[in-house]
Design a binder for this molecule. Sequence first.
Ligand code: ATP
Length: 324
Amino acid sequence: MKVETIAVLTSGGDAPGMNTCVRAVVRSACAYKMKVIAVKNGLQGLIDGDFKEFGARDVAGIVHKGGTILGTARSKEFRTKRGRKKAAKNIQNAGIDALVIIGGDGSFRGGYELNKDFGIPFVGLPGTIDNDMYGTDFTIGFDTAVNTAVDAIDKIRDTAESHHRLFFVEVMGRHSGAIAVEAAIAGGAELALIPEVTTDIDALANSIVAQKKAGKKSAIIIVAEGDDAGSATEISDKVYKLIGFKGKVCVLGHIQRGGHPSARDRVLASRLGIAAVKTLKSGKSNVLVGEIKGDTALTPVTTVVRKKKKADMKKERFVRLLGT
Ligand code: ATP
């Protein structure tokens, strides 16, 4: 397969570092004398034919910017074969040889379905704050999101300690506790409640009482939004019913998606963006380009879509050990 024209898009939830990654893809493709088409608004942009040719100067001044200058979307239409057929037609009409899809698990699956149905080659780059993609140790945006959460937890700790309060801090993670665990360790939280572990409300309430008796004057419990016991507010209410002790709730929400990407995310995004272009240049496609144990790693699409990455359970145990 000879790849002369590539299209780049960002899809799914926006993540800090997506712009850095777009810049790396565009600039390295230009260095390899490839033509680059930027697609607006993710996979929906393929259906709408929302294309614009990009040169090296079109990605100036974005290395540090949060969000995505290309726009992103969650496209219902792309989930249908009819929608994907429209996308394939636009791709072929524009002379695009392969796609670079920067996004999460769902976006990658979208690329897989498009390839399966219409043979459009693609590479996926892991752009999501969730760090839940198989085939990479870290996703682009995760480090920034964790740092944003830790910054908030540090501030909450000031008021929690001053007023001797219990706080439930809800962080993002519908299916993964990765942000919760990492932020809990770095923020010195007492516990992290995550989707990967069943939450026992009685045990949670007992541990809060026990820690209070042992002299803890305040406590911070991190709740991943997808925890099986409910939202931070629901968990706080359930605990209150058991021990009559009201916890304050702080939902960090979308602030975790925004902001300048951390240096680490920028380096990861740059490295993986270059690797994606090199992969296509060498004739390979239908892989996730990730980083495993410090090296760039290509994982076949069929493996990525079959496997799920869970939060690191060793780290979850660190939280329990250190939060006593
Ligand atoms: P994040 O991790 O930030 O949520 P994501 O890429 O996982 O990002 P999704 O909303 O799950 O976000 O997926 C993005 C888009 O990918 C969807 O809106 C849809 O258009 C497409 N997509 C997801 N799953 C499929 C599928 N099975 N078939 C076709 N398209 C899909």
